[in-house]
Design a protein around this ligand. Structure first.
Ligand SMILES: C[S@@+](CC[C@H](N)C(=O)[O-])C[C@H]1O[C@@H](n2cnc3c(N)ncnc32)[C@H](O)[C@@H]1O
Length: 218
């Protein structure tokens, strides 16, 4: 009998350890996320109240994007989103920075355009309600591990275009920019191997970027 009680105690002790670990992991993730968010909020609050120029690869290849509903994922204060809305796209923005969205809202107010905004942490957000919703998806200067690529596939309609433009490993080698924020060679092509490659271009002056346009086949 004491042996049985000992086993029961051991079982509950294990359960307690597992539960504590779970809470701690959640807490650590929450603290790290808040640190990142605070960093970006500070960055945007220090920035002039002026809209930056849209991405060059985007403006040069606008005609390749499928018109209609477009998601700008990790949009920042909206240099690309505003440009796209002014060029006839129905734009929805996703980002976790409230300060970026405050800025974006002043730009859209001044320009009398409409852009939907969703404040979310892309590490955990699963785009519920946005499945097969967008004709085009844009990701500019942003990269995330985990389910991020799967989420982009999920929200894009069949025949829709994905524009992905961000830093590659040369940026890390040249400037020390954090490796986990840089695309590995062929990372996008491997992750989206069920997509058709429409265009690929590398930027090598000042910054090192891989720029892709891909079309969802099925
Ligand atoms: C380098 S900026 C790029 C902004 C914009 N795409 C552009 O090209 O100007 C990165 C953006 O990602 C956002 N971001 C970073 N981590 C995020 C996360 N976990 N969830 C949501 N947004 C995030 C930041 O707030 C910031 O607006």
């Amino acid at each position: 009998m004491p042996n049985f009680e000992f086993k029961i105690c051991g079982f509950f002790l294990k359960l307690l350890v597992l539960f504590t670990n779970f809470l701690l992991t959640k807490k650590i993730k929450f603290l790290l996320m808040n640190k990142q968010k605070a960093k970006w909020n500070l960055k945007f609050s220090e920035r002039e109240n002026e809209l930056l120029k849209p991405d060059k690869f985007l403006t040069e290849n606008l005609a390749l994007l499928k018109k209609g509903k477009l998601a700008d994922v990790a949009c920042g204060d909206g240099r690309n989103a505003v440009y796209l809305a002014e060029n006839g796209f129905d734009v929805s923005c996703f980002d976790f920075s409230e300060v970026a969205f405050q800025k974006l809202n002043t730009f859209t107010f001044e320009k009398k355009i409409k852009i939907e905004t969703t404040l979310c942490d892309l590490e955990t957000y699963n785009f519920e309600g946005f499945e097969n919703c967008f004709d085009s998806v844009l990701v500019s200067h942003f990269l995330l591990q985990g389910k991020f690529f799967e989420n982009l596939k999920k929200i894009l309609k069949v025949g829709g275009t994905l524009v992905y433009s961000t830093f590659n490993l040369k940026q890390h080698e040249a400037t020390g920019f954090r490796k986990e924020f840089c695309l590995q060679e062929n990372e996008i092509l491997e992750a989206f191997n069920d997509f058709e490659l429409v265009k690929f271009e590398q930027t090598e002056n000042e910054v090192f970027l891989d720029n892709y346009i891909l079309r969802k086949r099925k």
